[in-house]
Design a protein around this ligand. Structure first.
Ligand code: AHR
Length: 492
């Protein structure tokens, strides 16, 4: 077995915002309807129409923030269609996702109440592409104003006396594409105009997020950073999806893939690190004090839709490969937590790299879900300085680092070290210096790379207690089996 060494210096580097472990829910396929939301009259146990099993599952991973209503859907969404008597709500076409009927039965009240139930921050994506400034300004007033005003009265008439708390407000989504095909210069001007009229009411303070670049569009970041100021922009977003070959016309199957496709997937996901570093460099040139954050508000694997399902619904299975991808990305976000203030995996339920899948009344927790669970103590912790002498794995033409890792210390002094070993054939023994602890416990998620949790009830990929480590004074040696995600908790 190959031996690698890692050092924990004991120094802290940056704060890991809880929101890095965030989620995204769009009116797309079965994410909201027949996923999160089944309606009050459903035989599936629910609270105000939201499945109780999903509420519990999301609480168990301490969901910190939920983004809604899109995605591309956001720039076609007119919030007034989704309030008031449900039988009177407008029915519209979801033009982005399958041209299905959107009956607006899940709207502002349903979403904001859900976030309260989940005890997470709502992150509302506003419509800049096809809406108006007045529409967005009124939405903020409707949600957050406590006094006498037309929108506050309308909210009260619809059954909600007190305003909700709303921190995160996105001003548009992918305005370089589905949100209006804009140039960055034009978007920056539009952003400045829209945000001006989104006010802070009744003690509620908005954290305004500008639509950032598509993947490696560094010019978009450059223009935004030179046009926007920290007094009206708290963060810009970044979207990057892991597509195995980078070819969107042949994304590949979610379950049926070969070794080459697997390593290409990991290689594609590792690009997230370079992307963040390069966008950060541009941001730092304009904002050396890191006052403007980077929010990766869409990330995850994007494969071909499952055969026999609606192509517009983006439904895909989730295997051990997805778990490795999630582990690598979350480690990357932790490492860049001096700039990355939030990340939202796409998407929460039944869409793309979902943490939860449903079929009728059945619900499945995916391998990706379990990575979020194993990593949950990183939320709100301090990133620890660490270094690792890594090994290379992969195949000819696609050599990649085998081990990904991250370490943090929480307010009780407990250290969480998370690893993934993406090699399909090598185990590694890691000797960690500076890891003295009173007690150590471990968890492991490992399975054959194609394994997934189906609707037959078998949990083929679920974390188990792990004792593949030994302590010797300040040294800790841990074995990382091939194709695994491992977490170690060190109690001081
Ligand atoms: O997550 C699916 C889609 O991907 C979103 O609607 C859009 O923002 C992105 O292109």
């Amino acid at each position: 077995m190959k031996k690698l060494t890692m050092t924990l210096t004991g120094k802290t580097k940056s704060h890991i915002n809880r929101e890095i472990y965030g989620h995204f829910s769009e009116h797309l396929g079965r994410c909201i309807y027949n996923g999160i939301y089944v309606g009050e009259d459903s035989s599936i146990p629910n609270t105000n129409g939201v499945r109780n099993d999903i509420i519990k599952a999301l609480k168990d991973i301490r969901i910190p923030v939920l983004r809604w209503p899109g995605g591309c859907f956001a720039d076609e969404y007119h919030w007034k269609d989704g309030i008031g008597d449900k039988s009177q709500r407008k029915k519209m076409i979801n033009t982005n996702w399958g041209h299905v009927t959107e009956d607006n039965s899940f709207g502002t009240h349903e979403f904001m109440d859900l976030c309260e139930e989940l005890e997470c921050e709502p992150y509302v994506a506003g419509n800049l592409g096809s809406g108006t400034v007045q529409e967005l300004a009124e939405w903020v007033e409707y949600m957050t104003f406590d006094g006498v005003s037309p929108m506050a009265e309308l909210r009260r008439k619809n059954g909600r006396e007190k305003p909700w708390h709303l921190k995160y407000l996105g001003i548009g989504n992918e305005n370089w594409g589905c949100g209006g095909c804009m140039r960055p210069e034009y978007y920056a001007d539009e952003y400045r105009r829209y945000q001006t009229f989104c006010k802070n009411y009744s003690g509620n303070e908005l954290y305004k997020v500008a639509c950032g670049p598509n993947s490696s569009d560094y010019n978009w970041t450059e223009v935004l950073m030179s046009q926007l100021g920290e007094w009206h922009t708290k963060a810009i977003s970044l979207h990057y999806y892991t597509v195995p070959s980078g070819d969107w016309s042949k994304k590949g199957d979610a379950v049926d893939f070969d070794t080459e496709e697997y390593y290409k997937t990991i290689n594609a996901t590792l690009f997230m690190d370079e992307l963040i570093r390069k966008h950060d460099e541009i941001m730092t040139a304009h904002d050396p004090e890191h006052k403007i954050g980077l929010i990766v508000d869409e990330w995850g694997c994007w494969f071909d839709v499952e055969k026999g399902t609606n192509p517009g619904f983006l439904y895909q299975q989730n295997t051990m490969r997805d778990a490795i991808v999630a582990a690598i990305n979350l480690n990357i976000f932790n490492e860049h937590s001096d700039r990355v203030v939030m990340a939202n995996i796409a998407q929460a339920v039944n869409v793309l790299q979902a943490v939860i899948l449903t079929e009728g009344e059945k619900m499945v927790l995916t391998p990706t879900y379990y990575v979020f669970k194993m990593y949950r103590e990183h939320q709100g912790a301090e990133l620890l300085e660490s270094s690792l002498e890594n090994a290379q794995t992969g195949m000819d033409g696609c050599k990649i680092p085998a081990v990904s890792h991250s370490a943090s210390v929480n307010k009780n002094g407990d250290v969480l070290v998370t690893f993934s070993n993406c090699s399909l054939d090598e185990d590694y023994e890691i000797e960690i210096d500076g890891a003295g602890a009173k007690s150590v416990s471990g968890e492991i998620l490992t399975a054959e790379i194609h394994a997934y949790n189906g609707f037959d009830g078998a949990e083929n990929v679920a974390p188990k207690a792990y004792d593949g480590f030994k302590q010797d004074g300040g040294k800790l040696t841990v074995v990382l089996p091939k194709c695994s995600v491992v977490s170690l908790t060190l109690k001081k």
